[in-house]
Design a binder for this molecule. Structure first.
Ligand code: MTE
Length: 359
């Protein structure tokens, strides 16, 4: 696999959604390589980036285990490692398209990216710790902290922490490299969790502690924030957001781009899903009346997006046209046409029309 960093064209950069703490969006229209270059990978941080030194950094594993232990970066790097491409998508990606408008970072299409992550499987660390019978979840704790915004919020500072079911332990990487380099500071240097197929909030950056618990963790970042209303016996119950969902997005053309009448235009984008692989992507150039199958470019790899393209013969008739993409998974499920309100300001995966002007 080629290293994408050198391919970054001049004049590209991230889009500022919030200056401090830093929240930057990837320019999704520049989706050219399967791997997103580190410099173009979106940044989603709730608090300022902590300044950590690899030489001093340690990871503590404790809780419902037989042998709690602390491990240094040097020791971690000596353990057998794995390298895997994983797509991270912020659960709020696409929020700007919700109407009426809602609070929160106004992401367009670009709070998503794919990198090759290198690290130690969580299962290797848990094997060394020896899980207790009662172990149910691993709580990842980050080194960043501050006063969260979404209410109800506890008084004082909260550190960023998120749990995952122990059942995911073979898939999760405790990563120290991103696209072959040390993870950059804003992406979690020197150590972060990478939870494939789950929304980005689970991939805790600046990892300091893994705590094993025997009951589902009910922390701030999976209840007050990054939670959703599930219905059990017709009653709403608050549950933590988890797996990403079936989605495709158009990278090119851009919204309101002017395209030349009567000429071919390569419509380009990416599709990804959580639990099941993407089986097909379809494109409509008439606002969803008729659909044609697009060509999927990348091979299917668990937890990673696939780029697709469609050669559009632009009509000779000038005017405004609405392009749409919709993905279908291996079980035949199709991307919805409306946002599901039980997810509030998160999980925005309905088809979003891209209006273009033909001239
Ligand atoms: N980890 C910590 N410690 N603090 C954070 O604010 N943000 C989460 C997750 N991990 C966050 C974190 C969210 S919401 C997302 S989408 C991803 O990190 C973004 O990862 P990135 O900034 O490397 O793209």
């Amino acid at each position: 696999m080629t290293h994408p960093t050198n391919q970054t064209p001049f004049g590209t950069g991230l889009i500022v959604r919030q200056h401090s703490p830093v929240n930057l969006e990837s320019p999704f229209d520049q989706l050219d390589s399967f791997l997103t270059p580190n410099e173009l990978f979106y940044i989603r941080s709730h608090f300022p980036t902590p300044s950590l030194r690899a030489e001093d950094h340690v990871l503590r594993i404790e809780g419902d285990v037989r042998n709690s232990f602390t491990i240094s970066m040097d020791e971690l790097r000596k353990m057998p490692s794995q390298t895997r491409p994983v797509t991270l998508e912020c659960a709020g990606n696409g929020r700007v398209f919700l109407a009426p408008s809602v609070e929160g970072a106004q992401w367009e299409f670009g709070a998503v990216g794919t990198a090759e992550w290198t690290g130690v499987p969580l299962s290797a660390l848990l094997e060394r710790a020896g899980l207790a019978e009662s172990a149910c979840e691993a709580v990842f704790e980050g080194a960043d902290r501050g006063q969260p915004k979404i209410t109800p919020a506890p008084p004082g500072e909260v550190l960023y922490a998120r749990s995952v079911p122990i059942a995911l332990k073979d898939d999760i990487l405790i990563a120290y490299q991103m696209n072959g380099e040390d993870i950059p500071p804003d992406h979690g240097f020197p150590l972060r969790a990478i939870v494939p197929r789950h929304f980005g909030m689970a991939s805790v950056k600046w990892l300091t502690k893994i705590r094993i618990v025997s009951e589902p963790f009910q922390g701030y970042w999976q209840t007050a924030d990054y939670g959703y209303w599930a219905y059990e016996n017709e009653l709403p119950v608050l549950r933590p957001l988890g797996a990403m969902v079936l989605k495709s997005s158009i990278a090119r053309p851009r919204i309101r781009e002017v395209v030349k009448a009567g000429e071919p235009y390569t419509v380009f984008g990416a599709a990804w899903a959580g639990e099941l692989p993407v089986a097909q992507v379809e494109i409509s150039a008439d606002g969803g009346v008729t659909w044609v199958v697009a060509e999927i470019i990348d091979e299917s790899r668990p937890g990673a997006w696939q780029r697709w393209k469609f050669e559009w013969q632009v009509p000779t008739q000038a005017g405004s046209y609405r392009l749409m993409s919709r993905a279908r998974d291996s079980a035949g499920n199709v991307q919805p046409s409306e946002h599901d309100k039980s997810f509030g300001t998160y999980v925005i995966h309905h088809t979003i029309p891209v209006e273009v002007f033909v001239k």
